[in-house]
Design a protein around this ligand. Structure first.
Ligand SMILES: Cc1ncc(COP(=O)(O)O)c(C=O)c1O
Length: 409
């Protein structure tokens, strides 16, 4: 028997590992994977990019780079962020190995064991696992279709003896809930945090993936809003706009936070792969990114439309969801007496899987939702998957009705 650290005993990591194992079964229709479909990756474009890279730059690909990131990529990101209204002149960018590493670095920078972190409830499970690993006490605040519940947030902040270290949120096309924060809610959130010393971590992994170009303005980062005194760390990722295999993310923060983060990153992995940073940068400066994003927006929008239509056609009454305006996810609310985990095995046996709501609950309890990811689905299997899912849900609903009827009679 080994004496493992507390960090490895995270419940959430176990759930993810189990799911990953099950979702690789052949022939399964999987709404589980929160990743792009392999057929959507820009393989041809990256071939072109690499073939056009100079011999000098190719040699640099193999080398270590500065801990803060490959300077030309930092420059390209500054331009992209400037267009989003982000304060790149005063604040500094740190390139990270996926944005999950940025979340991990920020946690390491601020959190001691037992410290409180506020998150949304539900919350991106990768972030929950990181917070658990560092021994944080996580308090989840409910969200609705417009964002975090402001009065619940206020109540929690008022009730705490020592202020939480930070609040972690995903305002654009939330994982798992699919929602986008309204502007009113973003401003109300800043009002609540103002003067509290609670840092806001704004995770914008999906902001570029709006379906309708007119919705681009809705994705404006909270960090770009003026007229407040809230410290905001903004994180972003190339995983959903180029490919998770690149393992490229970044964080934008004040110089003071950046400096400490850079030291932590130095100890973690010295630098993010130069190879991937150079390819990503050449992809951006070669003018490939915008057309590729437009292609992705169209593809994901089509998948969402098929899923929306299929759900409307086949789902029994009593199942609720908010139609997303971007991103990867639909978040289905089950009737009160049905638990997502109780559906899972029957669905698996019928050949369809999803992620249970409990996975995204910081307390690992609330299980009245299921997450359907449409990003990874071939368009022609979506309806079949929904039909299988609907059948299992309907049969569970009937069983419960029967049970309740016999209890009453
Ligand atoms: C909300 C959110 N943030 C961050 C990430 C992590 O992305 P990366 O691959 O850049 O580490 C994900 C991945 O699914 C995500 O959904």
């Amino acid at each position: 028997m080994y004496e493992f650290s507390r960090a490895v005993n995270s419940m959430h990591s176990e759930d993810i590992k189990l799911l990953m194992k099950q979702s690789s079964r052949e022939g399964l229709i999987s709404f589980a994977g929160g990743m792009p479909n392999n057929n959507l990756f820009p393989v041809k474009e990256i071939d072109e990019v690499y073939n056009n890279v100079s011999h000098h730059l190719k040699k640099l690909c193999f080398q270590y780079g500065p801990t803060s990131g490959y300077p030309p990529l930092v420059g390209s990101l500054q331009k992209i962020m400037l267009r989003k209204g982000l304060p790149v002149k005063n604040d500094k960018i740190l390139i990270t190995t996926g944005s999950l590493q940025a979340i991990s670095i920020i946690t390491q920078e601020f959190v001691n064991e037992g410290d409180v972190i506020l998150t949304e409830r539900p919350c991106f499970v990768g972030a929950i696992s990181v917070f658990e690993t560092y021994g944080a006490k996580i308090i989840g605040i409910p969200i609705d279709a417009d964002g975090i519940d402001i009065s619940a947030l206020k109540n929690v902040i008022d009730s705490l003896k020592t202020p939480p270290k930070f609040l972690y949120i995903t305002p654009n096309f939330h994982n798992p809930a699919g929602i986008i924060y309204s502007e009113k809610r973003r401003r109300a959130l800043l009002d609540v945090l103002s003067g509290t010393d609670i840092i806001l971590i704004e995770d914008d992994a999906y902001g570029d993936l709006y379906f309708d170009p007119r919705d681009e303005m809705l994705t404006k980062p909270i960090k770009s809003y003026g007229g407040h005194n809230v410290e905001i760390i903004y994180t972003g990722s190339f995983s959903k706009i180029l490919g998770p295999g690149f393992r490229l993310g970044y964080m934008l923060s004040s110089p003071e936070i950046f400096e400490k983060a850079e030291s932590i990153k130095q100890a973690l992995d010295a630098c993010t792969s130069n190879f991937m940073q150079i390819l990503a940068n050449e992809f951006i400066i070669g003018g490939y990114l915008e057309p590729y994003l437009n292609f992705l927006r169209k593809e994901y929008s089509e998948r969402k439309n098929i899923l929306q239509k299929s759900l409307k056609k086949h789902m029994p009454k009593g199942i609720q969801w908010v139609e997303p305006q971007g991103g990867f996810y639909m978040w289905l609310r089950l009737p009160d007496n049905i638990k997502a985990t109780s559906l899972f095995t029957d669905c698996l046996n019928k050949g369809v899987i999803f992620v249970t709501g409990r996975t995204f609950d910081p307390d690992n309890i609330k299980d009245d939702h299921l997450r359907l990811s449409f990003s990874n689905m071939p368009k022609d299997t979506i309806e079949k998957g929904v039909m299988l899912l609907s059948k299992v849900i309907s049969s569970h609903m009937k069983d419960i009705e029967r049970l309740e009827f016999s209890r009453q009679n």
